[in-house]
Design a protein around this ligand. Structure first.
Ligand code: ZN
Length: 436
């Protein structure tokens, strides 16, 4: 029995003209719903002199203001919902959780669309209903795990909600449950491969065939390493919580870029400095507008993620635009173990903690395959030379606080006043020593 090539062939292989007509209709509906139901969009449309009833062509979208992460945070928690809370069946939050997070709502239809889009991406990556899918992503407010979970279940695969961490337990599950598909971050896949090597487990003793990875920037050499060490085919998957979660774009087995779900998202690529569209083939910042989201429509969301758009037909038969894997950001955020960390968040937390000086620096390095992030914090001489126990207490308190607010574990190391030197003064809050 040959596996189906597409999950929703009628949508995935839609002729370009029909696709653009569909986008136009859905965009009109989205803009008018956002205008009617979300005060933020009403104000921003009016300020731009934009009347949704006069929307005629896809290019009219460019007349609208962008929506930023700060806009989402300013409307925390439910200010951008376009439906009453009683119609919302799920709530997630963007990476970074708690303060300053975007809270995203889903209606029942939104959840159905989401799971179908994830299923599309999984099918494109070669996954079928006969597969056993191990979801090695953190289950919680973040969209990754639940999004993949629902999509794999919709596809009819057997889903193992393994969550993240506990490498040995993950490997045990892969062996015992005969996992065929691993979903997680690429660096975690490498960690699992290295742990298997340490334990003397032969990669060929596993049933693993596919790996679908995302949530952090990675590269072709890393793909080759994962494929070699785990004896699998690895594909890129892309999504972000602010517009939905996973399922926004997924690579097919041709490995010619990630197919964007253009029937559900209008895609723009802009120069992050001028905010003008980049020329075809040029690198730019991805800007997305949702076309079907009911609870949480987002208009011209600046993802801050840098990519290139690839057009021309893909041999797989899908007609959508494709994007190159994300290879950077246009802001100062840094992705640590699949979580987006903003320097401003660390700054805000440190300012609230008594006894710490706001001079600090985040150093991200690779330890084996995994990111290791350390926040260097300047403390007063009194604290620096204080007894070890009290120093350790303060350090633990800061680590716990950062972990609970940012959703990722950062080590904290105290340093003496003025020891961070010119780096902080030069605006380099983040020193990224990883090279992938
Ligand atoms: Zn393709």
């Amino acid at each position: 029995m040959s596996a189906p090539t597409y999950w929703q062939p009628e949508a995935e292989c839609l002729e370009r003209g029909e696709l653009e007509q569909l986008q136009l209709e859905r965009l009109e509906a989205t803009l008018s719903r956002a205008y009617r139901n979300v005060p933020f969009y009403r104000r921003s449309f009016e300020a731009a002199g934009f009347d949704p009833d006069e929307f005629r062509a896809l290019d009219d979208l460019r007349r609208l203001p962008f929506t930023t992460r700060e806009d989402l945070a300013a409307n925390y928690p439910y200010g951008l919902f376009a439906v009453p809370l009683r119609d919302v069946v799920r709530v997630h939050a963007s990476s970074g959780a708690a303060s300053g997070a975007a809270v995203i709502g889903y209606t029942r239809n939104d959840i159905r669309t989401w799971s179908n889009l994830v299923a599309r991406g999984l099918v494109a990556a070669g996954v079928t209903k006969d597969d056993v899918v191990q979801v090695a992503l953190e289950y919680g407010l973040f969209t990754g795990a639940f999004g993949i979970h629902d999509g794999a279940e919709r596809l009819g695969a057997s889903v193992i909600p393994a969550s993240s961490g506990h490498a040995r337990r993950q490997i045990r599950m892969m062996q015992d449950f005969k996992t065929t598909t691993l979903v997680g971050t690429p660096s975690y896949a490498l960690l699992l491969a290295d742990t298997m090597a340490e334990l003397g487990i032969d990669r060929n003793a596993l049933s693993l065939r596919h790996g679908v990875f995302g949530a952090e920037a990675w590269s072709e050499p890393m793909r080759a390493e994962i494929e070699d060490k785990l004896a699998i085919g690895a594909t890129y998957h892309y999504g972000l919580s602010e517009v939905m979660g996973p399922g926004v774009a997924g690579e097919c087995l041709q490995h010619r870029g990630l197919h964007l779900a253009e029937d559900h998202f209008a895609v723009e690529l802009v120069d992050p400095a001028t905010l003008e569209p980049v020329r075809p083939g040029e690198r730019g910042e991805l800007v997305l507008t949702t076309l079907t989201r009911e609870a949480f429509p987002v208009v011209r969301y600046r993802t801050r993620e840098l990519t290139r758009l690839l057009d021309g037909p893909c041999p797989c038969g899908r007609t959508s635009l494709r994007m190159a894997p994300v290879d950077g950001r246009s802001d100062d955020a840094v992705v640590v173990r699949g979580m987006t960390v903003f320097p401003a968040q660390i700054e805000a937390e440190l300012r609230e903690l008594e006894g710490t000086d706001p001079r600090w620096q985040l150093v991200v390095e690779l330890r084996g395959a995994l990111d290791e992030a350390t926040v260097l914090v300047e403390v007063s001489d009194a604290i620096f030379f204080d007894e070890m126990r009290r120093q350790a207490e303060l350090r633990d308190r800061i680590e716990r606080r950062l972990a609970s607010e940012l959703g990722v574990l950062l080590k904290v190391k105290f340093v003496q006043p003025r020891s961070i030197g010119s780096a902080a003064g030069g605006g380099r809050w983040v020193v990224d020593r990883r090279s992938r």
